[in-house]
Design a protein around this ligand. Structure first.
Ligand code: PLP
Length: 336
């Protein structure tokens, strides 16, 4: 059995990975293993957020950021990042959102739900603002780092600006790039005093994730990595298929994201239309309910804090995606 921080062999493999893939240096003692990235994030928030602390969350956001912040007594400060802004937080909007109560900026790149990722120069723009506010920490959720297309390289903010290293927590895990969701292996890397607090908390909840999963994670990180490029070629083809099919539908507009396995199209053009049985599509929730009746399950943008949009996961077969897009097109064309 491992201790609550996780097997030393896994923490060593992660330290090596962070050096090799991300260009950042961590000792194994600055890494704590959790039951998935979600638990690592939960532990990090519970260990650090006091009642009334503010957590800046760019929208569209992964839903758990908001709920975990609330659960631990913090105040989510949602900053809307429109389609026109490519769903990215701008330095000016970050600056405007920071107050003396800000504890964290949560940055998800590549993003669930938009698929959008920040380039090194975009991260540098945010880092310049953060340098002026030394009380603000950065949680970078890097779980989709390996799922990037067209030569994009996903960077961590403390590599781009090493001055932020001592106040950055990297959250990552093996659920996405390594397709090991059910194995429940995530981790947090950061300054030792925070990581120690996170490990202490975990020692009183789940103790650790399963030792079997941890050894599997060592094998995954230290084994042949060529499957990542193969998987990405398949994901890129699916992304391109879905983006092209959606953009061919009148009323839908779908940007091409850099990574993850989601697209986040706007459905602004269908709002106000009527379904064949006379119901008005008043918002994105009405639209996705209508699509559900047409046999396609997608998630409305309001759930992720930015409307009128919807999210499609293209972690599905080419056949299913082709059929789903056909049904979306047929149902949308039937709107008046
Ligand atoms: N972070 C983001 C942005 C995610 O989309 C997910 C899973 O959907 C997670 C973290 C959680 O991953 P894990 O399965 O490692 O808990």
């Amino acid at each position: 059995m491992s201790g609550p921080a996780g097997l030393l062999e896994l923490r060593q493999a992660i330290a090596k990975k962070l050096h090799k893939d991300n260009g950042v240096e961590y000792a194994p003692s600055q890494i704590s293993i959790g039951c998935g990235a979600k638990q690592s994030l939960f532990n990090a928030m519970l260990a650090t957020v006091n009642p009334g602390d503010e957590v800046i969350i760019p929208a569209p956001y992964w839903v758990s950021y908001v709920d975990i912040t609330r659960l631990v007594g913090g105040l989510p400060v949602i900053v809307s990042c429109s389609k026109e802004a490519q769903y990215r937080l701008s330095p000016a909007d970050l600056e405007a959102a920071i107050t003396p109560h800000t504890k964290w900026l949560v940055l998800c790149s590549p993003s669930n739900p938009s698929g959008v990722a920040y380039s090194a120069s975009q991260l540098r723009g945010l880092a310049e603002v953060l340098r002026r506010h030394p009380h603000v920490g950065i949680i970078q959720d890097h779980i989709y780092e390996h799922l990037v297309y067209d030569g994009f390289v996903s960077e961590v903010i403390n590599k781009v600006d090493p001055e932020l290293h001592s106040r950055t927590l990297i959250i990552n895990g093996l659920s996405k790039g390594y397709c090991m969701t059910g194995w429940r292996v995530g981790f947090v890397a950061g300054p030792a005093y925070l990581v120690d607090a996170i490990t202490l908390l975990q020692s009183h909840s789940t103790t650790s994730t399963s030792t079997i999963s941890q050894w599997a994670a060592v094998a995954a990180l230290e084994g042949d990595q060529s499957f990542i490029a193969r998987n990405n070629a398949a994901f890129k083809a699916r992304r391109d298929l879905v983006v092209a099919a959606l953009n061919a539908i009148e009323g839908i507009s779908c940007p091409t994201p850099e990574g993850a396995f989601y697209v986040y199209p706007s459905c602004e053009g269908v709002i106000g239309k009527r379904t064949p049985d006379g119901k008005t599509i008043a918002n994105d929730e009405d639209y996705v309910a209508y699509l559900l009746d047409a046999g396609v399950s997608v998630v409305h943008g309001a759930a992720f804090g930015l409307s009128p949009h919807f999210r499609i996961s293209y972690a599905a077969s080419t056949e299913s995606l082709t059929e789903a897009c056909r049904r979306i097109a047929q149902a949308t064309q039937a709107l008046e």
